[in-house]
Design a protein around this ligand. Structure first.
Ligand code: GLN
Length: 210
């Protein structure tokens, strides 16, 4: 079987780290910047990929840039057509149907809106801005070191969303890794540790969709 070909959105954020992790898993990786690189019909151009990664960074900046570049709609169309997409942190936010600010109020910002979930940005507050913990992620990894950086929390999920891992906040468990068929998302950054199990799980989804 030929190598999996994965696109990594590279307009902003932690895309190099994803690239490295995916390459270490044996995938061929291309950075996605300008839609023009993919011809007149961007949606069609993107079909050469087996899956696409939306990295962490700043979801507002990324969303605005993606929209300006005309990539946002093309990516959403790819996702609707069944292309596997993985979003980490800001990438997760971009995938979600509803986004709220740290105060719990809904905000309007450019997004793909494919994952049937509501997410709260910067949900951990100032004091615990960034932290690490170990998670058991269903079907993917036991004791996975998870790095959270100004991370979002998923506050609601629809019926088709499978919760793979949770963290406790004030005696409530919140999902931090979810899957909805070909869509995978995590609040944390597996690309910042040497552990490849999360990326391997995404590549398995891509392989099964081939
Ligand atoms: N706080 C960022 C946002 O809301 C996400 C942080 C990250 O991707 N590490 O977009």
């Amino acid at each position: 079987m030929s190598r999996l070909r994965i696109g990594v959105l590279a307009v902003q954020g932690a895309f190099r780290e994803h690239r490295r992790a995916l390459e270490r898993c044996g995938a061929e990786v291309e950075e996605l910047r300008r839609p023009l690189d993919f011809g007149d019909d961007v949606f069609k151009g993107l079909q050469c990929f087996d899956g696409i990664v939306l990295p962490g960074g700043e979801s507002t900046a990324m969303g605005v840039l993606l929209r300006a570049e005309g990539l946002l709609d093309a990516l959403a169309a790819c996702g609707r057509a069944g292309m596997p997409l993985y979003g980490s942190c800001a990438g997760l936010i971009l995938l979600c149907r509803e986004i709220e600010g740290a105060d719990g109020k809904l905000v309007e910002q450019p997004r793909l809106g494919l994952l049937d979930a509501r997410v709260r940005r910067n949900a951990f507050g100032r004091q615990v801005d960034s932290f690490e913990t170990f998670l058991n992620v269903t079907d993917i990894a036991q004791d996975l070191r998870a790095v959270f950086i100004r991370a979002p929390l998923i506050v609601h999920t629809g019926p088709d969303v499978e919760i793979l891992a949770e963290v406790e906040r004030e005696e409530t468990a919140f999902p931090v890794a979810v899957r909805q068929g070909h869509l995978l998302a995590s609040s944390f950054h597996p690309e910042l540790t040497p552990d490849l199990r999360f990326h391997q799980a995404f590549l398995d989804i891509c392989r099964n969709r081939r």
